[in-house]
Ligand binder design. Structure first.
Ligand SMILES: Cc1ncc(COP(=O)(O)O)c(C=O)c1O
Length: 423
């Protein structure tokens, strides 16, 4: 964080993260790599590889129906609304997408915003002086920033620990307005929040439950409404936020909940009021992808079954993929392979790339201090052969673990800026 990174000249900031400093001490440069992804594959440095590091879980970002809808909107409305929703940036498409999101999630209303990050930042308008917000320790950066931006007292409970939450709620000022805020499916390790216990604790203490369904809405549950639906507590969640950049083949975010709250946020949330609205092509792409995701449930079934199979393969190879999902719960499309220090992590990443598979090497602050992971993600458009190639790459990397990485493949990509932070 900036305040832990002092220096005499603002322009002389060193990389704040020890993880990134350690990565930069190696010859591997995994971040800001230019790549082009489509249908479970990517071209990296002119070479075709299996893409196992993309959040397009349902494989809709390059679906011809989605791109055609985006192209039509682009031709009809241009590239940008050039303004915020309130004054001059509202198209009919905004209202149509909002109605579709509210209909899909069964909420009274929804607001669409330009990114998922902003959807969460908008929550700051709810977090006022004297209020208390209880936040899972592993929540996404955008939820953390929303709480920092608001004036409420922030209380962190241990990751996915409803008993700890309950204790903290019991100790809180009974007069304070309270909210429990959590990711539905955690972005880095794909674990599910224990929503039944969290919503029950929140209700017992008069707190609202706010769930960021960025990674699970569109994917989990009998009708794809997300982790809350999967766990049988969709109706216990007071407000959802989410993104169109993962399951819905586009870019943009949404908030969905009671009509009066959405109206309040439309007029009070600075992240909505003071930023240009979601652009036409992104709106049309999101609308098309949402419809396809509803009409083609095979996509979510496919990605979940591929993930379960790959998780089994990786565990069989001796990789630590964390605790298995609880019985009867699906294995999400995010698999976090625990690695050692920063150098171990990026060395494995490079070996996987050498073996033809692109993954994501992740360290703090995106995962807890002292840990690193290779984050592997699957997509509905992966073939069985793709999944086998991912498993084979991990097997090859395992065998090669005592062999140094070839210097020829370590060249820094042209025009790639140095990363400042992982997320
Ligand atoms: C849990 C979670 N919430 C919110 C976001 C932000 O979404 P967007 O990329 O649409 O800004 C992300 C993105 O990585 C995320 O993982």
């Amino acid at each position: 964080m900036p305040d832990s990174n002092p220096c005499a000249d603002l322009f002389d900031k060193p990389l704040a993260s020890p993880f990134l400093r350690a990565v930069h001490a190696t010859p591997v440069r995994p971040y800001y790599r230019p790549l082009q992804a489509r249908d479970g594959e990517a071209v990296v440095d002119g070479r075709k590889v299996v893409m196992a590091g993309c959040n397009d879980y349902l494989g809709l970002a390059t679906d011809p129906r989605v791109t055609a809808a985006a192209a039509t909107a682009l031709r009809t409305y241009g590239t940008s609304c050039s303004g915020a929703r309130t004054l001059n940036g509202t198209l009919p498409l905004h209202g149509e997408l909002e109605a579709a999101v509210a209909d899909f999630l069964g909420t009274e209303d929804a607001a669409v915003v330009t990114t998922g990050f902003q959807a969460n930042l908008a929550l700051a308008a709810l977090f006022g002086t004297g209020d208390a917000v209880f936040s899972d320790a592993a929540n996404h950066a955008s939820l953390i920033d929303a709480i920092r931006l608001g004036a409420a007292h922030r209380v962190r409970y241990r990751h996915a620990d409803p008993a700890h939450l309950e204790r903290l709620l019991a100790e809180a000022d009974p007069a304070a307005a309270k909210a429990v805020v959590t990711d539905g499916m955690f972005s880095m390790d794909g674990a599910l929040a224990p929503l039944p216990a969290l919503t029950a604790a929140a209700r017992r203490h008069g707190a609202r439950t706010l769930v960021d369904g960025a990674h699970d809405i569109g994917l989990l549950g009998p009708t794809g409404r997300g982790a809350a639906e999967l766990l049988g507590v969709h109706g216990q969640v007071d407000l959802f936020t989410g993104t169109f950049s993962k399951c819905f083949g586009s870019t943009g975010g949404f908030l969905a909940g009671p009509a009066h709250v959405i109206t309040y946020l439309r007029y009070a949330a600075r992240a909505i009021l003071f930023s240009a609205s979601m652009p036409p092509a992104a709106l049309a792409a999101a609308m098309s992808a949402l419809e396809i995701s509803i009409d083609e449930p095979w996509r979510r079934h496919r990605v979940l079954s591929l993930a379960a199979r790959l998780r089994g393969h990786l565990a069989g190879l001796g990789y630590d993929t964390g605790p298995a999902p609880a019985a009867a719960l699906p294995s999400g499309p995010v698999i976090a392979v625990r690695t050692g220090d920063a150098a171990d992590c990026v060395r494995l990443w490079q070996r996987l790339l050498d073996a033809g598979v692109f993954t994501n090497p992740v360290g703090p602050p995106a995962v807890p201090e002292g840990s690193t992971i290779i984050r592997v993600t699957l997509q509905a458009t992966h073939t069985d052969a793709h999944a086998d190639r991912i498993a084979e790459a991990f097997a090859t990397a395992r065998r090669a673990s005592s062999v140094p990485v070839t210097p020829a493949v370590l060249a820094r990509p042209r025009q790639a800026p140095a990363p400042e932070t992982v997320r």
